[in-house]
Every structure is written in structure tokens, then in C-alpha cells.
Design a protein around this ligand. Structure first.
Ligand code: PEP
Ligand code: MN
Length: 651
């Protein structure tokens, strides 16, 4: 049983709760849990839960039906997000850990760290103490190996995770590692679990090869009950009758753990499969099944590896896996986590030559100012914002796109997030037009969000009682097949899908439903009557991040700032619309230099009937010089020319 205490509980009231429970035969343990202070009570005591709930300072009592109380979803409904250094695991992100099976030398771990970091891994793995099946196999470099690994992690800005094999070494390792790994063979080494938990560090808990899911959850309970708050499950294959692969990856454990526990779960496809050529497929399957990340063995020369060479990926294979994970992420509604850069490093140039910003040319991101979006909480734009700036980013809600531009321009917001294009409905022209009216605002990043529409209504409503549907007109258009089945419904357009949801609460309406994302239902405590009602599930919206230009630069959100810009957006008109080939001449300049055109669209010029502006998204080549040349030449061939920004393309 878990007793959640009110935030402002007095010392006296807390003592009364403790006495109440002890008097009734419970063993108690007090602990902070996420934002909450809780008292865990275990034993065979008898208590009137309602009476306990009425004691001063008690917010609620969760009488869990599970033997693992702290790890249970019944105790905490929201996903726990585990923080390891500058990396987060859980929620809407996919976190990739990579590195060798074992640290073999300083050079080997440095080289591996460099390679996996370059491909986008955000944490470094590696064993310093190796529990090997044979006593004659390489046992690891011990503390020296850990020191090499720490140096590699620091050099490449990656927190490290390494296996701890005994309670004694746990204490020695504490200040060198960012996260402890409990290996499969030690999952039920309870003395080790108690020691590792008590040290308070995040723990990656591997599943024992013959452990049931419940035994695994109970091992997590040991860690949580001993003092750590940060536990991540790691499925690494279980022992079955099959011998072709090293173990059998239990994919179904992922959704099972997700429903039983609030803790994140990642997958180790390397130890699960044991065969290099099959590792990436297993990893992708895990992501598709809802895993919060992967831990993958990578070695620069696997054939020379001192342990687990046959299952270690070549760096090139790992790089491909990262690209595939990035492409898969939006399908499961997640974003691949990139190592956040410190705010003051986040800068891209906005002029073409800025694609190689000189050191010292720094533009500061005002981390204290909020990020603006249009709509209510739960809006798709807010989800995009959280992907780019983090779940706990400060947000500013506005009631339209223009106010987002205004807030960014006057500095009351450090950045803004606006939709520019939907894969089904096309461009959001209003926003493209706003860029021309706000020349001091630039595009500095983009991301794509999968749009899954839900039918959302009051708790008391059911689908037969609904008479009116509210949403943004694009919401109606994207759910046409579903709506066509209910010709009796009256459609009421709203500015924004989340605003439509909010209106149901405001009006106390029970016969009204809204079409919006699940996050909007959660934000307004409404019920999802039906999920996934969009006609085409391949429904994505492209959002751009906007920021104010400072000279020819602008700041970039940390999570979107890794790597050089590879995409730019331009707007131009051609000099004489009657002259044949004017547009062709512009496109030829680009094609001659190998610049790819991702998108070209024409828009009427306001106030000049029958004259058009061209909106182009183009690739940015590695050579800034080539790109500068192209832009300079384009300027001579165009009448109006606007460089909206250069940024890192979303997949
Ligand atoms: C490891 O990750 O290095 C390892 C030994 O894995 P497991 O404990 O899952 O066998
Ligand atoms: Mn290994």
C-alpha cells in the first residue's frame, strides 16, 4: 500500500500517519517518488483505507494489488522519465546507448565512443567487470577500464553505463559511472540490488535469462525500495528451447512491462540475438513494440573483440540502424533523442555561409523565456514543442499563429513552434505568408509529428449520444471516412483541435465530441471514445521552430542543434513573368550544383493579382562555398529573394 502525502504536510501530521500505520502492524518506508512524497506500507496489517485517506496531510492512498508497489503503474499512472546526466530515458523519446561489450583498452573505448557518438548514440556502454560463463575468458579491466570509459564519456559528452557485479565494487564505482547496470546473471542477486539501489544512482536492470516478468518487476522493487528512483528495465532475451539465436527476444515483454509499470523499458538486441546480422532487425522490432530505447554492442573491429565479437555491430551497421530508428520513431509517436548541446552552443548561421558558423559566433538561447505555440494545452503544436525543447520546457499559449511570431519578435518568447505542412492537407499558407511579413524571424529547426486523431468527449458521453463534433476543419477533412458513417452529426469548425476539446469542458457539454490528439483529452481530463479515426494513418504534420535573427544568426533548440544544417527554405519571385524560362533558370542554377529541391510551391503575391512567389525547400551541400555561390547567383536571377533559414532536416 502506498500513502501519497500532500505537498505541504507538516512534520506533526506526517508523524501521525507513521504512527497510525505502525500501530496497525505495517512496516513503513518513507521516500520521495517523482514529485510526490510517499510512505510505502507493507506487511499483513489491517487498515480502513478510507479512514487513512482522511488523515490530515494524506493526499491519497493507493492500495495496490501487486506485490511490486513502487514499480507498479497503479501507484503512478504517468510514465517515469529517468535522467542520466544530460540524457533522459522514457516518455516520448527514444534513447540509444551503444558501445563495446567490454572495455579492452583506452584507445578501443575512445575510438568506439567517437564512432557511436557520430552516429547519434547519446550514452556509452561498456563492461569493466565482465561476468563470463567461462573462468578462462577475459574478465574485464576492472577499475582501470572504468576510468578509461569515464574519460571517453567525458570526451564525447555521453553519460556512461557499466555493469556492477558485487556490492563491494559498487561503492568504488559510484563516482565513476553515471548509471549502474545489473546484468542478467545478477538480476536476483538481492544483496547487490539493495546495495546498488541504496547508492541512489540510476540503474539499468537487465532481465534474467529465466526470469518471469513478475520476478523482474520484483527486482526493480528491491532497487526502488532501497533508495533509487531511477530504474530502467532492459529486455535482453530469455532462454527457450530455440538454440539458433543466443536467446529469444521476448518482444511481448515490452508492452506488458509498459502496462504494469511506469518505469521505462529498453531492449538489448545484441545479447538477445547474438548474431550480428540479425541484431538491427530485432532492435527495430523492439522500437516498433514501444521500447523507450536500445542498448547495442558496437566494436570498431568486431573480429578482434575480446568478448561478444560475433554479435557486435560494425560502426557502419550501427549508423544504418540509427537512421532506421530515426525513420521509425514518428510512426510510434516518438522522437529519437539527440544529445542536447548547452544552450550557448546552439547556433546555426542563417546566411548561407553561416552553414559553417565560426567559433565564437554564438547566439544565446534565452532558456528562461517560454516557447510559444498556438492553441490550448494538448495541442499537436505543444507536443511538437515538447519534442524539441523537452517535456518540462516553459510554454506560452497564444490564440493564433501571428501572436506566436509577435511573441518571438518582441522577445517574450525565446522561440515558437508552428505547423507549415500536413502530409495529407498540404501547406499552412497563413504561416508561409507570415514569414514574409516578419523578416526578422527565421526558421531554425523542423520536426515531424505523426497525427493520430481521437474522438474525445465527456466521461458521461458515449458514441450514440453524440450530436455535434468540433474540430479544426483539417481534423474533419482527415477523418472524413469516419465522419461519413455518421451523417447525423453536425460539424462545428474551431481554430484549433485542442481549443475544440477545451470548449467541451467550458460548456459542460455531453452531446458534443471533439476530434483532436490524445494529449488534448488528457490535458482536459476527458475521455477518448475512439482512437485512430483518421482516414489515412500515414498522417504527419511538419512543424518548424522559429527564432529571432540576431545579425545573420539565430539560436537553435538544443535537441535539434546536433549536426550542420542540411536543408534551407527560400522564397523568391522571378523578374518577368512573361519571359519564358525564368523559373527554369533559377532551378537550373541549383540542379547544376547538385542541390536537391525537396519542395516547390507557388503562392499568389498579396496585392499583385496573377503574380506569384515560389517557396522552395532545398538541400544544403557540405560545402558552404558552393551554397554561397548558388544563393548569390539566385539573387541575380530573382526579383524578391528571402532566405527563411537553414536548419537540420527532420527525417
Ligand atoms: C552486457 O550487457 O554486457 C551483458 C553481459 O549482458 P547480459 O547481462 O544481458 O548478459
Ligand atoms: Mn556482451
Amino acid at each position: 500500500m502506498i500513502v501519497v502525502l500532500s505537498k505541504g504536510i507538516t512534520g506533526h501530521d506526517k508523524e501521525m500517519v507513521r504512527i497510525y500505520l505502525k500501530d496497525r502492524g505495517f512496516a513503513i518506508r518513507e521516500q520521495s517518488f517523482g514529485e510526490d512524497m510517499i510512505i510505502g506500507a507493507s506487511g499483513k496489517g489491517v487498515v480502513d483505507v478510507r479512514e487513512l485517506g482522511l488523515l490530515p496531510g494524506v493526499e491519497r492512498v493507493a492500495a495496490t494489488s501487486k506485490p511490486y508497489e513502487l514499480a507498479s503503474r497503479e501507484t503512478r499512472a504517468e510514465d517515469t522519465i529517468v535522467t542520466v546526466g544530460n540524457v533522459k530515458i522514457g516518455g516520448s523519446r527514444i534513447t540509444i546507448i551503444a558501445g563495446p561489450c567490454a572495455v579492452e583498452s583506452k584507445d578501443q573505448i575512445m575510438e568506439t565512443a567517437a564512432r557511436v557518438r557520430e552516429s547519434g548514440a547519446v550514452m556509452l556502454r561498456g563492461g569493466a567487470y565482465k561476468p563470463r560463463t567461462s573462468p578462462y575468458a577475459f574478465q574485464g579491466l576492472g577499475m582501470q577500464g572504468l576510468e578509461f570509459m569515464k574519460a571517453a564519456g567525458e570526451q564525447y559528452g555521453m553519460p556512461i553505463v557499466t555493469e556492477v557485479v558485487s556490492p563491494e565494487t559498487a561503492v568504488q564505482m559510484k563516482d565513476l559511472t553515471d548509471m549502474f547496470q545489473i546484468g542478467a546473471r545478477n538480476m536476483q542477486n538481492f544483496e547487490l540490488l539493495k546495495k546498488a539501489g541504496a547508492l541512489g544512482k540510476p540503474v539499468l536492470l537487465k532481465r534474467g535469462p529465466s526470469a518471469t516478468i513478475e520476478e523482474w518487476l520484483l527486482s526493480a522493487e528491491y532497487l526502488l525500495a532501497s533508495g533509487t528512483r531511477d530504474v530502467v528495465f532492459c529486455e535482453r532475451g530469455i532462454r527457450t528451447f530455440e538454440t539458433y539465436t543466443r536467446n529469444t527476444l521476448d518482444i511481448s515483454a515490452i508492452p506488458v512491462i509498459k502496462s504494469l509499470s511506469h518505469l521505462p523499458v529498453i531492449v538489448d538486441p545484441s545479447h538477445a540475438v547474438g548474431i550480428r546480422a540479425k541484431v538491427s532487425s530485432a532492435g527495430l522490432a523492439a522500437i516498433a513494440a514501444g521500447a523507450d530505447g536500445l542498448t547495442v554492442e558496437v566494436h570498431p573491429r568486431p573480429d578482434e573483440a575480446l568478448s561478444d565479437g560475433p554479435q557486435s555491430l560494425y560502426p557502419e551497421q550501427f549508423e544504418k540502424l540509427m537512421r532506421d530508428v530515426e525513420a521509425l520513431a514518428p510512426v510510434v509517436g516518438k522522437e529519437l533523442l539527440r544529445t542536447p548541446r548547452p544552450h550557448h552552443h546552439a547556433v546555426f548561421g542563417l546566411t548561407p555561409s553561416g552553414s559553417s558558423p565560426a567559433a565564437g559566433d554564438t547566439v544565446f538561447f534565452d532558456a528562461d523565456a517560454p516557447v510559444a505555440f498556438s492553441g490550448e494545452s494538448g495541442a499537436y503544436a505543444e507536443q511538437a514543442l515538447m519534442r524539441a525543447f523537452g517535456d518540462d520546457a516553459k510554454r506560452m499559449q497564444t490564440d493564433g499563429f501571428k501572436p506566436v511570431f509577435d511573441a518571438v519578435l518582441d522577445g517574450s518568447a525565446s522561440a515558437g513552434v508552428i505547423p507549415v505542412e500536413n502530409s495529407l492537407a498540404g501547406s499552412v499558407h497563413e504561416n508561409y505568408d507570415l514569414f514574409l511579413r516578419y523578416p526578422d524571424i527565421a526558421m531554425v529547426g523542423e520536426l515531424k509529428l505523426r497525427i493520430v486523431h481521437c474522438l474525445i468527449a465527456d466521461e458521461r458521453a458515449d458514441i450514440d449520444s453524440i450530436r455535434v463534433i468540433r474540430s479544426h476543419p483539417q481534423g474533419f477533412a482527415q477523418c472524413k471516412e469516419f465522419l461519413d458513417r455518421h451523417p447525423e452529426w453536425i460539424l462545428e469548425p474551431y481554430n484549433n483541435t485542442a481549443t475544440a476539446v477545451a470548449s467541451i469542458v467550458r460548456d459542460g457539454a455531453v452531446k458534443v465530441a471533439a476530434i483532436a490528439g490524445e494529449a488534448a483529452a488528457r490535458a482536459h481530463s476527458l475521455r477518448v471514445l475512439k482512437e485512430g479515426i483518421e482516414t489515412n494513418p500515414l498522417n504527419y504534420t511538419r512543424f518548424v521552430i522559429i527564432a529571432r535573427r540576431v545579425g545573420d544568426k539565430a539560436p537553435v533548440p538544443p535537441s535539434l542543434g546536433s549536426g550542420m544544417p542540411n536543408k534551407a527554405s527560400l522564397v523568391f519571385s522571378v523578374p518577368d513573368d512573361d519571359e519564358p524560362g525564368a523559373l527554369f533558370a533559377c532551378l537550373k542554377i541549383m540542379s547544376d550544383r547538385g542541390i536537391n529541391l525537396f519542395k516547390l510551391e507557388s503562392r499568389p503575391i498579396q496585392g499583385k493579382p496573377w503574380e506569384y512567389l515560389f517557396y522552395a525547400d532545398v538541400s544544403v551541400p557540405d560545402s558552404a562555398e558552393v551554397f554561397d555561390g548558388v544563393i548569390a547567383e539566385l539573387k541575380t536571377k530573382t526579383r524578391d529573394f528571402h532566405f527563411l533559414g537553414a536548419y537540420r532536416a527532420a527525417v
